[in-house]
Structures are given as C-alpha cells and as structure tokens.
Design a protein. Structure first.
Length: 145
C-alpha cells in the first residue's frame, strides 16, 4: 500500500500516522478511541483495495469518516489537512459538510468502490457466486417486446 504525496514522493501507508492525525483532530471532542480505530480501519481497507493512492484521497477518506462521527472533528482535521489559509476557505468546508449528505456507516461509498459497470462488480453474480446464464428462456407470462 503506497501513498503518493503531493510532491510526488511515495511512502508506505502508515495506519498509526493516520490514527495520530485523527486523534489530534478529535482531541477534546466526544469521539471515542474505538470510533477512531474504526475510521482508521475503514480508511486502511479502502487504501488496501487501491494498492497505490494519492495522499489527498487518504485525507478525504479520513475527513469523511470523521464527519460521520463528529463534523466538528472533521472540520478541525480539514483545517490542517487542507492547509486552510483563511476564514473563507474554512467557511467553504463547513458549507460542504452542511450541503453534502454523508453516507451512514452502513451505506456504501460510491467513489472509489466498485459499481455496476466495474469489471469487479458482483451485480451479475448468482447467490452461489457464478455468473447467470444469459440464455435463460423467457417467461411466457411476460409480454415479449
């Protein structure tokens, strides 16, 4: 799992480094260590699935995970991660959190995951895991085109 930094350098994904950043952003907020561990696990799974990922994507995932738990912690994380220069940039982050609904922890994130058009999608798999036969006979009770 490799992270491509903004300057183009590459480094190995470090879950502990991510966890330290999450904990720093959530310091003093009502966020448990278990919640932070869960966010770090989720981000690590997403990064592992990609193999090589931009540092910005790791930050976006961490920000999204924190926002699910505590939006204020996510804003604190964004202020450092996005290197916000002024109050207008901070206001834009706050506005984005207010306007863009975040998926619940039991919902799938659409970006970065497989979708119906993805070759790795399981949308055409039978419950036994194999592909369905496309030569299945049509049902007689259904109107034919």
């Amino acid at each position: 799992m490799t992270v491509v930094k903004r300057d183009g350098s590459r480094e190995r994904f470090d879950r502990q480094k991510l966890l330290r950043g999450l904990a720093r952003a959530a310091g003093g907020r009502p966020v448990s260590e278990e919640q932070l561990e869960s966010i770090a696990d989720w981000v690590a799974r997403e990064v592992r699935a990609s193999g090589e990922v931009a540092a910005g994507h790791v930050g976006d995932l961490a920000e999204r995970g924190l926002a699910r738990v505590d939006p204020v912690s996510a804003i604190q994380f964004a202020s450092v991660y996005r290197n916000l220069a002024d109050l207008d940039e901070l206001e834009a982050v706050v506005r984005r959190f207010k306007e863009e609904p975040l998926p619940a922890s039991d919902q799938l994130a659409l970006d970065g995951s497989t979708g119906p058009s993805d070759a790795n999608s399981n949308i055409d798999l039978s419950p036994q895991g194999g592909h369905r036969s496309t030569a299945e006979p049509r049902r007689s009770h259904v109107a034919q085109p």
